[in-house]
Design a binder for this molecule. Structure first.
Ligand code: NAG
Ligand code: NAG
Ligand code: NAG
Ligand code: NAG
Length: 399
C-alpha cells in the first residue's frame, strides 16, 4: 500500500469525528431540531416508507387535498385508518379529541393502534397517543390567517353564530365583539384563531410574547413538519422526502376548493384588522413560514426543490390529461357522477371533477381515488375496514 494512501486514510479517520463535532456544533448554534437533520445525515430516501402518520387536519388550509393523499396511500397499502366512530365524519371536532371517538379503538379494555389518522379533530396529544404508535410521524398544514379567515367566513357563514349576522367579513372585522358572543358556543371557534384552536390551544388567549413562544415551541416538539398551503407543491415535495414515498403517492388534484367567484377578498383595512383579530394564528404562520423554507433548503437545497416541484407539476398535468374530463375542475353541482360530487357549504361553490369516459378498469379506479371527496372516501374506507357495521350515510347522497 503506498504510504500516501495510508496517510489519507488516517486523515479521513481523524476527520470523521471532527466532522461529526462540527455538525453537532452547528446543530446547537442554529437551534435546529436534530430530527430535521437526521434524514440528511442518514443519506436521502433511505429506509422503508413511513407508514405511521398523524396529520392534524386544520380547516380551510388545503387539508382536504392532503387527506386524499393519505387516504389513497392507506387504501393502496392496506393500512389501518383511525376513522370517526358511527355516523360521524370527524373525530369529535370542535371538542378536544378523545381516543374513544375512533371506531374500533377500544378492544377488551385496551387501545388498538392505527397507521393513519387524518380526519378533523382538535389536537389532544395524550389521547392521540393512545391510538397511534410510538414512532408516528406528526405533521400539519397552515395557511395565511387572512385567507384562512376569509375562506372560513364564506364556508361556515350559516353555521357560525358570529358570522351569521355580519353582512361581510369587512363588517365583521370592523366590530367583531358586536357579532361574537364569547360565552356562546364552540362553533365560534371558526371565527377567531381557528388554527390555534385546532392545535388544542386557547384561541381567545391574549397574544403575549412569552405565551406565544411557549406554544410555538410545543408545536415544534410535537410536529415533525408544518406545511404551508400557499406553497403547496413545495410542501408536498418536502413531505414526500420525509416519508420516503414515491412521486405518484403525493401527486394530487385540488379538492374542496372554491370556484374563484365565491372568493370575496377583503379591503386593505380589513386585512390589517384580520391580522390583529387572529394575532395568534398570525404569529403561528410567520414562525412556520420561516422555518418551512429553512428546512426545505437545508434538506433538499434550492435547486433540487425546484426540480422536484417541476416533476410533481408535470406528473399532475399528465394525470389530469389521463383522468379528467376537460382536464380541469368544474362547479361541484355540475359533477355528473353524484358519487364524486363534493359536499357544498355556505356561500361557497365547491369544485369537483368528472372523469373521462372510457377508462379501463384499473385506470378508472386510480382516477376515482384521486378525485374522491372527503366524505365519500371516509365512508368508503369505513366500509372496507368495518364491513360488519352499518355504512356511513352521506347526507346528500341516496343510500
Ligand atoms: C389487509 O389488512 C388486514 C388487517 O390489517 C388483513 O386482515 C388483510 O388480510 C390485509 N389484506 C391484504 C390484501 O393484504
Ligand atoms: C351570550 O350568550 C349567553 C349564553 O347563551 C347569553 O346568556 C347572553 O345573553 C349572550 N350575550 C349577548 C350579548 O348576546
Ligand atoms: C412566507 O415566506 C416567503 C419566503 O420567505 C415570503 O416570500 C413570504 O412573504 C412569507 N409570507 C408571509 C405572509 O410572511
Ligand atoms: C371492468 O369492470 C366491469 C364492472 O365492474 C366488469 O363488468 C368488467 O368485466 C371489468 N373488465 C375487466 C377487463 O376487468
Amino acid at each position: 500500500m503506498p504510504p500516501s494512501l495510508g496517510h489519507t486514510q488516517r486523515c479521513v479517520r481523524a476527520a470523521v469525528p471532527l466532522l461529526a463535532l462540527t455538525v453537532l456544533l452547528l446543530v446547537g448554534l442554529l437551534h435546529v431540531d436534530i430530527r430535521t437533520l437526521a434524514p440528511l445525515l442518514r443519506g436521502q430516501a433511505e429506509g422503508p416508507p413511513v407508514t405511521n402518520i398523524m396529520f392534524l387536519k386544520t380547516h380551510k388550509t388545503a387539508s382536504s387535498t392532503v387527506l386524499n393523499v393519505l387516504f389513497r396511500f392507506a387504501e393502496t397499502h392496506n393500512l389501518s385508518v383511525a376513522l370517526p366512530a358511527g355516523a360521524r365524519f370527524h373525530l369529535g371536532y370542535p371538542w378536544l379529541f378523545l381516543a374513544r371517538y375512533v371506531e374500533g379503538a377500544e378492544r377488551d379494555g385496551s387501545w388498538r393502534r392505527f397507521n393513519i389518522m387524518c380526519s378533523h379533530l382538535r389536537f389532544n396529544p395524550a389521547e392521540v397517543q393512545k391510538v397511534m404508535p410510538q414512532d408516528t410521524f406528526y405533521f400539519s398544514i397552515i395557511r395565511n390567517p387572512i385567507s384562512q379567515l376569509e375562506a372560513s367566513f364564506v364556508y361556515y357563514r350559516g353555521f357560525v353564530p358570529a358570522f351569521r349576522a355580519a353582512e361581510s367579513l369587512d363588517a365583521f372585522l370592523a366590530a367583531p365583539h358586536a357579532y361574537r358572543n364569547r360565552s356562546r358556543d364552540l362553533r365560534n371557534a371558526y371565527a377567531k384563531n381557528n388554527m390555534w384552536f385546532d392545535l388544542g390551544f386557547d384561541h381567545n388567549a391574549p397574544a403575549g410574547d412569552g405565551y406565544v413562544r411557549a406554544r410555538l415551541a410545543e408545536v415544534e416538539r410535537r410536529f415533525q413538519l408544518v406545511l404551508i398551503a400557499e406553497h403547496f407543491d413545495e410542501s408536498m415535495v418536502l413531505l414526500r422526502h420525509r416519508l420516503r414515498w414515491r412521486l405518484d403517492d403525493v401527486v394530487s388534484f385540488r379538492l374542496n376548493a372554491r370556484s374563484p367567484r365565491s372568493v370575496t377578498g377583503l379591503t386593505p383595512e380589513g386585512r390589517e384588522r384580520a391580522k390583529r383579530w387572529c394575532a395568534l394564528d398570525w404569529r403561528l404562520y410567520q414562525h412556520f413560514n420561516r422555518t418551512f423554507w429553512a428546512r426545505a433548503h437545508a434538506e433538499l437545497g434550492a435547486r433540487r426543490l425546484r426540480s422536484e416541484v417541476a416533476r410533481l407539476r408535470a406528473r399532475r398535468r399528465e394525470l389530469a390529461g389521463l383522468c379528467l374530463q376537460d382536464g380541469a375542475p368544474k362547479s361541484g353541482t355540475q359533477v355528473a357522477d353524484r358519487r364524486l360530487s363534493p359536499y357544498q357549504s355556505g356561500d361557497a361553490d365547491i369544485l369537483g371533477y368528472d372523469l373521462r369516459p372510457g377508462l379501463d378498469n384499473q385506470t378508472l379506479r386510480m382516477c376515482q381515488r384521486l378525485v374522491m371527496p372527503e366524505l365519500q372516501y371516509t365512508a368508503r374506507l369505513y366500509a372496507l375496514q368495518f364491513p360488519e357495521k352499518p355504512p356511513k350515510a352521506i347526507p346528500f347522497l341516496p343510500a
